[in-house]
Write a protein that binds this ligand. Sequence first.
Ligand code: NAD
Length: 489
Amino acid sequence: MDVARLQNYIDGEWVEAQTGEYSDVVNPARGELLARVPLSSSTDIDRAVKSCARAFAQWRNTPPSARARYLFRLKELMEDRFDELAEVQTREHGKTIDESRGETRRGIEQVEVATGVPTLMQGYNLEDIASGIDEHCFFQPIGVFSHIAPFNFPFMVPLWFIPYAIAAGNTFVVKPSPRVPLSQTRVIELFEQADFPPGVVNMVHGANEATNAILHHPEVAGVTFVGSTAVGRDIIYKTCGQTGKRVIAQCGAKNFIVLMEDCDLEKSMAGLMTSFFGNTGQRCLAGANLVVVGGDSFYKKAVDAFIEAAAAIRVGDGMDESVQMGPLQNAQSKERVLGYIEKGVKEGATLALDGRNLKIADPNLPQDCFLNPSVFVDLTPEMTLAREEIFGPVAGILRAANIDRAISMIHDNPYGNAAAIYTSSGQAAQRFRHDVKCGNIGINIGIPAPVAFFPFGGMKDSFFGTLHGQGKDAIRFFTEAKVVVERWF
Ligand code: NAD
């Protein structure tokens, strides 16, 4: 069968990578080979960065309102291709088509917000800071930026950065995850159709060598990364410190959801299911530990309702509209999750719902990547399952005597990406919002994902850097403040 070999997009041209190494892109629900992706070399990165550096001179002098017009065109093209963009995500990632539609909408929202650059990028000034002297602060673009992307949101995550960076007058190299390179390839085709000048946005496919070349390239001013803590902290953040680059590193997570006895259990359940099992648990904002605060009868009621709802989730090919949860993104991810389930059993946690007993909507599909939801009960916070990021459809249920204990469990965990509370008490909600050290807090919301006008970042081992992606923070990250003190004789 003829399978497409993907190309890089450099200087307005689609070009072969300077490498003999390719890796397979496979639809995890059907096992079919979709494409081969090049694992590009440092030479490819160098060509892309040099193209960006050349384009920067003219792009930074293009008025912000003119730069925004390119983004308006891009947005329209994305709207026209909305369904197709969503289908590509489901085919290469496995998520349900409805989840892909949500991801597409969230990605397009980033482009919409970035079109506000003529306002977002404005500086400020003050007359007469001393007699006859005025002072101005301008925010200026810096140069070449890059994004190193994760596999779990192949369309949306790079758009947390690219539109803001280029709207602010910088140029950009994106390196998609080699596991899911097709969505960004489609996005870049739309950049080409929107007629952006060559070199403003380049795409280089690849893995470790490409990442390292970006981190060490002297003409790259800053790097944005989304992925695991091991890579984000120990490779990206550290190397950017050594090579003197700005950095945003959004990393791993282990998110707690606290269920108070005064919550509306029935109304909460749909949000809890989406939080724990949406995107097959492969979300940085996914619920991972459910902490039930209340008496014995509430604990039993909550556990029973949670397990009943999880067992009813329909698993299968995400292209089937009736399916509620797709496969893991690849067979290695499934193996990793199986390893955690076995470890949980070994450490003495009770596996009340075993997702290894497969129940797939279409039993003829290959089973390499599928799992049904699993639920462990009576977990204790020191167990591996309760501490480490599993990144799959496995929920752990813990118990806490009161909200203080629930918050201390959250704080004892090294991650700080998201936490949520389900309650009808304003006092508990306010306390939670104020005290919990996490970047994203949900109150009766299971996935507290900030919309594009708000910054997206975590705390502790979930985030390394200062400014965040999205909205005003992103514009600030992609610009440098310059102050002018002015007097005329
Ligand atoms: P990953 O760290 O394995 O890969 C991310 C990127 O880094 C990829 O482009 C990959 O090619 C590159 N990379 C991986 N290992 C490398 C190495 N040794 N040297 C150089 N480059 C390397 O992450 P992933 O599995 O693709 O994504 C899942 C992770 O991302 C989870 O931990 C999840 O929590 C996290 N995530 C975080 C957020 C957030 O906003 N905090 C959002 C989405 C995903």
